[in-house]
Design a protein around this ligand. Structure first.
Ligand code: GLU
Length: 429
């Protein structure tokens, strides 16, 4: 495997699976399938630019704390860099680099004119006040001022961030350049140029991917038993939309615990309950509490990991009972587990396809901003659905034509498009 000279190795703990090595492994597989030139593969195996910044922040109690932030720009051969900003204690440079690489393939697969990037700060946002988070976000944005911009690199929300952080980033960037630049971020509030439909977009895309996969197997969505790990922006929206489409959502979870009802949970009522109980789900009437391990092993038709990386691994993959696994999170199935699911004939809808609804609506937000237009939600959803369904069926055709698994099919389409663009542009100088 080609490794990147820009990324330091991190000491692996025994159970640690390096997300960047995994991402390179999938790239290698696609490279082999496409018989890519070794030089092209080497270019794509390394991020183009890695920025690590030190972030001194004054806490509310007057103390100074120094945090570390990253922005990794993997590839911009197809257009400006694009990708979320993650606030989570487990953020590392290699993780952010893996996620940046995934963004490149995701945008290429969906046919949107972006390259891939990702940012992150290693912190637990629950441990900071809103004022502290604002100072952290503004300092992080100022440190990246020369590296981002509406035609350079466009951040968006990811785990631990939302429209609120995007508003702070947009304001900081705009104040620094001296005029309002809404297009510097996507996923921002509607009041400053955000798009209708963006908040639910990733979950809606997951629902569309699941619906298409079920149709492929000749099954209706009504009555399908679904289990979702996560109930945040992505898992919560997917749960609601699948519920509305007639699926039975049997179980969902948060970091604080999961709940289960064999007959299906009342998702709209659960949303109200979570909002009233500090986002805790446990105790929801008519449900029983379950652990994360139990949740992943529940009998169901569709399992949707919508939390973090490496949740389904060699250790628990044999307990998975679903016939479809939809990767709503980025990288939730480890490489070993992916191979095991493939052997068992489980259909894995890869992250770069299943969760692409978010970046697709980011793109639609950016397009609306650049053209000074504001679309109604129906139009946004329709355009997104068109791009998702089209990509889904291109992956199906590729898998059939090459007799390869779904993930590899998606990768060959994404990687292939970027590789072709690299060849067409040629190497500078
Ligand atoms: N963070 C999301 C993702 O992983 C969205 C990125 C974006 O909208 O730029 O796809």
């Amino acid at each position: 495997m080609v490794s990147s000279p820009l990324l330091p190795l991190e000491a692996p703990s025994p159970a640690h699976i390096c997300p960047f090595d995994q991402a390179c492994s999938y790239l290698d597989d696609a490279g082999k399938e496409l018989q890519l030139d070794a030089g092209i593969l080497a270019i794509l195996s390394s991020p183009r630019k890695v920025v690590t910044v030190s972030l001194p922040v004054k806490l509310d109690n007057g103390e100074i704390q120094v945090l570390t932030g990253h922005r990794v720009q993997h590839c911009d051969v197809l257009g400006p860099y694009k990708g979320g900003t993650r606030y989570h204690p487990a953020v590392t440079l290699r993780e952010v680099s893996a996620l940046a690489m995934l963004m490149t393939w995701k945008c290429a697969l969906l046919g949107i004119p972006y390259g891939g990037a990702k940012g992150g700060i290693a912190l637990d946002p629950n441990l900071y006040s809103v004022e502290e988070l604002e100072r952290i976000t503004r300092r992080y944005t100022s440190e990246l001022i020369k590296d981002i911009g509406p035609s350079v690199d466009i951040p968006a929300p990811d785990v631990g961030t939302s429209a609120r952080e995007m508003a702070w980033m947009m304001d900081t960037y705009s104040m620094n350049v001296g005029h309002a630049v809404p297009g510097v971020v996507t996923g921002k509030p509607i009041s400053i140029g955000g798009s209708l439909g963006r908040e639910m977009a990733t979950g809606r895309g997951v629902m569309i991917a699941v619906r298409e996969a079920l149709a492929l197997q000749g099954k209706p969505i009504a009555g399908t038993r679904v289990v979702i790990q996560g109930f945040g922006n992505v898992g919560g929206a997917a749960a609601l939309l699948l519920h509305q489409a007639g699926a039975k959502v049997l179980a969902v979870s948060k970091g604080s615990g999961g709940i289960y009802n064999e007959q299906g949970l009342d998702i709209p009522a659960l949303k109200v309950y979570a909002a009233e109980h500090h986002r805790n789900l446990v105790g929801f009437p008519g449900s029983q509490a379950i652990t994360n391990t139990e949740l992943l092993a529940l009998p169901c038709d569709v399992l949707i990991p919508a939390a973090l990386e490496n949740q389904i691994t060699a250790e628990n993959v044999n307990q998975v009972q679903a016939s479809i696994v939809a990767e709503a999170a980025n990288g939730p199935v480890s490489l070993d587990a992916d191979r095991a699911l493939e052997k068992r004939g489980v259909l894995v809808l890869p992250d770069i396809l299943a969760n692409a609804g978010g970046v697709v609506v980011s793109y639609l937000e950016w397009v609306q901003g650049l053209s000074y237009l504001f679309w109604d939600e129906e139009r946004v959803n329709r355009e997104m659905e068109g791009l998702m369904v089209n990509a889904f069926h291109r992956v199906v055709q590729q898998a059939k034509a090459r007799q390869i698994p779904f993930r590899l099919a998606a990768y060959t389409l994404g990687v292939g498009r970027v590789a072709q663009a690299l060849v067409d542009r040629g190497l500078y100088p």
